[in-house]
Design a protein around this ligand. Sequence first.
Ligand code: 5GP
Ligand code: ZN
Length: 114
Amino acid sequence: MAECLFCKIVNGDIPCNIVYQDENVLAFRDINPVAPVHVLIIPKRHIQSVRDLNDENINVVTHIFNAANIIAKELGIDETGFRVVTNIGEDGGQTVLHLHYHLLGGRNLQWPPG
Ligand code: 5GP
Ligand code: ZN
């Protein structure tokens, strides 16, 4: 989608700090990190949110979690632990309407979130 912020990042129209990419997903540092490691993992193809996953595109979730494991290892948080979370819709706290998973780690994360 031409007007989508994360599609612009995928297309290279907006710069980002890439930590991993493959054919299906792109992962880059969050611009406003809330933990020492805060990476966003997104499908390269526009999908608005979890609500728009279906039989045809559901495989991207596998690719996202595969990337999460690779990145966690690469950034040295695989053994200390980390969190992978996606926000959905207004009450979920989703502000960018392109599916993204937050990979958080490098400190002791609290639960429940606010
Ligand atoms: P959400 O609130 O939708 O779950 O998460 C959106 C995330 O995108 C936020 O953590 C926010 O800091 C991040 N973000 C928003 N705009 C940009 C941007 O232009 N570049 C990067 N790297 N992250 C962004
Ligand atoms: Zn998009």
